[in-house]
Design a protein around this ligand. Structure first.
Ligand code: SF4
Ligand code: SF4
Length: 556
């Protein structure tokens, strides 16, 4: 460890310094100032691995900040991070590349009648940079006395075999060469023992998934993902003024689904106001797309060229870019202990995107992530003398909270869309709880030989995109990406699907080298994990690289 304190044993160990994990640390430290809490984060600095749209519903954050410091609204950092209060909400439908219409009035009507779609209304919420928000929450936690260790990646969770409770976590070894041999600077990953383990790694967390397997947690329906690709664009003052600083745009339709002629993918585009003269532009696409030559960045290109979007960004300069996945499976995809239904087990709790607390009727999960952090802190306080009851207490608190209500209300949405496609599935989902739980396949099973018919003429410039994410790994370390069976690539995938990982990886990590597909550029990896969920033969494994590797987002 890089500090003087003995952190080999702590009361509470949080994996992941995102909004969920930091909310746990802050809430707990306020309530129990003497408790020792360690938050371990793989990114080099706070916020570097956090990317989101992001629209933030304010209630959980406000309640946390009010408790931490009642005068937080007067601070410069609050004024900066929460500068964009949403006062203009556009929900658009794009029909073709020039035509668009606003369907916000229909949502307002839906809200009046209590129909689910009414939840897509964000007036009064914030449009934020999640990187900045995370940095801010990290600083609050540190000021309260929480130990936040950035640049340390967790490799595994250690369970007591007899009781099944967690003893702690093991960090990733540092200083191996490409072949896995120890270099002179080798440092074995330490074990940190803890009474409580909080898993808050974000979407498709590696430690969380290892725990799910080891503890035999189950999902009623497979987790479904979407891929988000985003650019922060510096625009002219006139364009920013025209867009306005309190506006968010959500756009459905072109270029990922259009009636009758297709394509038929779930998702949409966003344009959010950011800091002065900056707009966030992104495309979110359900990972159950069937087009083998599809790349979400192609859809982003088409979206940016739509006349409605173009007017605000033409001539602008991309200043930051990145990609990540979003867990969309909802209520039925939450990992639970089969007998008890607990979201975790014993002294281990699963939070935020790691649990899949995204409300698909809003396509928002940040507020639930923070709320789950607060509920985890409350659960630890209530089970302080019996850590093995924490997951049970936490689950009850989550079910009773707004998270439970939202996840219940949205529980059939994504499976219905996956089953029927966006054209029929979205209108059908109005029926909400009246719908059955449709059985869906895993995202990677959806791949077909069909082609994306709106492919732009030019290949997307992935090198510039990756440079804008400032991603880097130690060149000498072993690759954290493994193709399990290269024969599958050669004999099955390449002839049938033309090796889609080469196309869809947003960072250009995969290349064809002498007729073999290789993860040739692992140091470019953005940690989005799309490859391990979208390889049509489930033939890729993503492992955690050394701490500090990966993107360095500051304003995403
Ligand atoms: Fe196909 Fe997966 Fe091999 Fe890439 S790694 S070529 S997607 S089987
Ligand atoms: Fe994402 Fe995989 Fe590409 Fe890394 S290698 S950027 S995890 S798709």
């Amino acid at each position: 460890m890089s500090n003087n304190k003995d952190l080999n044993k702590v009361s509470v160990l949080v994996v992941g310094a995102g909004p969920a994990g930091l909310a746990t640390a802050i809430k707990l430290k306020i309530q129990k100032p003497d408790i020792d809490i360690c938050v371990v984060e793989k990114s080099a600095d706070l916020g570097n691995h956090n990317l989101s749209g992001a629209v933030l519903e304010h209630e959980p954050l406000h309640s946390l900040l009010d408790e931490a410091s009642p005068d937080w609204r007067d601070t410069d950092i609050a004024k900066d991070v929460l500068a964009n209060v949403i006062d203009k909400d556009n929900v658009m439908f794009f029909l073709g590349k020039n035509f668009s219409f606003n369907i916000f009035f229909a949502l307002k009507l839906a809200k009046t009648f209590g129909i689910n779609f009414g939840q897509m209304i964000h007036k009064g919420d914030y449009s934020v940079s999640i990187s900045k928000l995370t940095k801010w929450l990290g600083q609050i936690a540190q000021n309260l006395g929480v130990e936040v260790l950035t640049g340390f990646a967790v490799n595994d969770i250690i369970l007591d075999e007899s009781s099944g409770t967690a003893k702690g976590v093991k960090l990733v070894d540092q200083g191996l060469d490409k072949e896995g041999h120890k270099q002179p600077n080798f440092v074995e990953g330490e074990t940190i023992y803890a009474d409580f383990v909080v898993l808050a790694e974000g979407c498709d967390g590696l430690v969380t998934e290892k725990f799910v397997t080891k503890a035999n947690l189950q999902r009623q329906s497979p987790q479904l993902f979407s891929i988000g690709v985003k650019e922060l664009i510096k625009v002219s003052p006139e364009q920013y003024q025209k867009f306005t600083s309190g506006r968010v745009v959500h756009a459905m339709g072109y270029p990922i689904w259009t009636p009758v002629v297709g394509p038929g993918m779930f998702g949409g585009g966003i344009v959010y106001a950011g800091a002065q003269d900056h707009l966030s532009v992104g495309m979110i696409v359900g990972a159950d797309w069937k087009y083998h030559d599809f790349n979400p960045q192609d859809a982003l290109t088409n979206f940016k060229n739509h006349s409605f979007v173009k007017q605000f960004i033409e001539g602008g300069q991309v200043v930051e870019a990145g990609a990540k996945m979003i867990p969309e499976g909802g209520y039925y995809a939450i990992p639970r202990e089969p007998k008890t239904g607990n979201i975790g087990k014993g002294n281990v709790m699963i939070l935020g995107d790691s649990a899949g607390f995204v409300n698909m009727l809003k396509i928002k999960g940040l507020h639930n992530a923070i709320d789950s952090g607060i509920q985890a802190a409350n659960a630890i306080i209530q089970s302080i003398d019996n850590p093995e009851t924490a997951a049970s207490v936490y689950t009850k608190l989550v079910e009773k909270s707004n998270i439970g209500k939202e996840m219940q209300a949205a529980k059939n949405f994504r499976q219905t869309v996956a089953k029927f496609g966006p054209l029929q599935g979205m209108p059908l989902s109005i029926l909400g709880g009246l719908l059955p739980k449709y059985k869906v396949e895993k995202d990677y099973e959806a791949m077909t030989i069909a082609k994306y018919r709106l492919k732009p003429n030019q290949n997307f410039d992935k090198d510039t995109f990756t440079a804008m994410a400032a991603t880097a790994h130690r060149e000498e370390e072993p690759s954290h990406l493994t193709i399990i069976d290269e024969n599958i690539c050669k004999e099955k995938c390449s002839p049938k699907f033309n090796s889609p990982c080469i196309t869809f990886c947003p960072a250009g990590v995969y290349e064809m080298i002498h007729d073999d597909v290789k993860p040739a550029n692992p140091s470019n990896c953005l940690h989005c994990k799309t490859c391990q969920r979208k390889c049509p033969f489930d033939n890729i494994r993503w492992t955690v690289p050394e701490g500090s590797g990966g993107p360095r987002y500051n304003r995403m």
